[in-house]
Design a protein around this ligand. Structure first.
Ligand code: MUC
Ligand code: MG
Length: 371
């Protein structure tokens, strides 16, 4: 039985400014959820978004308020034995707020995993892979700095796939920047770009032709989220891969895009979808429609990243790998043992629940103080 739910906003500085087309991040703000049962066992979850309200409709403050005011009182006194049923009830009782729901769902699954002594992946059907490929985002905006950073990471065998955040400069400048990086790093690495909706369809047509020519492997969300028609046309026009990110939150969006003839891939994110189960529903629609998969992030810290890793580990094939590097972007952590990144990928924990333990001192240090 759930007896207590606590939430905290935790602000951790990033190791360097992280530039996207709509904002530049110097700190990542995560909402941490702790759900305690009447035996004192605890489940932890995380809900994180990017740049306050710059990226999407939920902010750290709204996530915390809506959990405290609506989701938590509804859950107190309930059993976690059937998490799917409980989560369906939450979806029916409260509209929207997918990141808040994802945070709560993660904590429920962590708690149930600990009660049963099994990893969260087992609660989702069991892991197919416990080591998942993981890319790194080069987002300094400076070509030489990005090349140096990438070379070091390849030498360390930490990453051999890189994503570049573009879209804040002219298409011509962005394409030149990306092309120089690809030329310097060669064919042993895969280079992708994320435009974060910044291009019109004519700009995307020009940009994708040039990126294809430069040997880039994937173009993420070139055009606005709601413009499904342009994504479909672009997916058919080019051989270079196209990835739908902001366009797709849940399985309903995925079905609509598939029905319109989209031939690209989709970025799965537990935060966008409203939790692990809903993100795996998106994957099921993609599989049925012949759409490729990619394990995406909202730059969560270790708790949110690990939750997503448990979900992605249950997928037999993830065509474009994952970008679950969020913890590496943060200058510190609030869990005792960090994730193990090695061999161009990351290890999915196999102990009970998420397989993580909070570092109470660090949690205290980074928790935002009430004004
Ligand atoms: C996004 O749009 O993909 C994921 C990686 C990154 O740098 O930003 C996020 C969000
Ligand atoms: Mg994206």
């Amino acid at each position: 039985m759930i007896s207590q739910i606590q939430t905290y906003i935790v602000d951790i500085p990033t190791i360097r400014p992280h530039k996207l087309s709509m904002t530049s991040m110097a700190v990542q703000s995560m909402v941490i959820v702790r759900i305690t049962d009447d035996n004192g066992l605890e489940g932890i979850g995380e809900g994180t978004t990017i740049g306050g309200l710059a990226y999407g409709a939920e902010s750290p403050e709204s996530i915390k308020t809506n959990i405290d005011t609506y989701l938590a009182p509804y859950l107190i006194g309930q059993s976690v034995a059937s998490p799917k049923a409980l989560i369906n009830k939450l979806h029916l009782a409260f509209k929207g707020n997918p990141i808040a729901k994802s945070a709560v769902q993660t904590a429920l699954l962590d708690l149930l995993g600990k009660q049963l002594g099994v990893p969260v992946s087992t609660l989702l059907g069991g892991a197919c892979n416990n080591h998942l490929s993981c890319l790194w985002v080069l987002a300094s905006g400076n070509t030489e700095k990005d090349i140096e950073e990438a070379k070091g990471l390849v030498a360390e065998k930490r990453h051999n796939i890189f994503k570049l955040k573009i879209g804040s400069r002219s298409v011509r400048d962005d394409v030149a920047h990306v092309g120089k990086i690809k030329a310097a790093l060669g064919d042993d690495v895969s280079i992708r770009v994320d435009v974060n909706q910044a291009w019109s369809e004519p700009q995307a047509t020009y940009g994708m032709a040039a990126l294809q020519e430069a040997g880039i492997d994937l173009v993420e969300q070139p055009t606005p989220a709601k413009d499904f028609a342009s994504l479909v046309r672009l997916s058919k026009k080019f051989n270079i891969g196209i990835l739908a990110d902001e366009s797709i939150a849940d399985s309903t969006d995925t079905l609509l895009l598939a029905q319109q003839g989209f031939t690209g891939s989709v970025a799965l994110k537990i935060g966008k979808a409203g939790g692990l189960f809903a993100a795996l529903d998106v994957a099921a629609v993609c599989n049925a429609a012949g759409i490729g998969l990619y394990g995406g992030t909202l730059l969560e810290g270790t708790i949110g990243t690990t939750a997503a890793l448990h979900a992605w580990s249950t997928l037999p094939v993830i065509e474009f790998g994952t970008e679950m590097f969020g913890p590496l972007l943060q200058s510190d952590d609030i869990v005792k043992s960090p994730l193990n990144y090695h061999n161009f990928g990351v290890e999915v924990p196999t102990t009970a629940g998420l397989g993580l333990e909070i570092d109470e001192d660090k949690l205290r240090q980074y928790t935002r103080k009430a004004k």
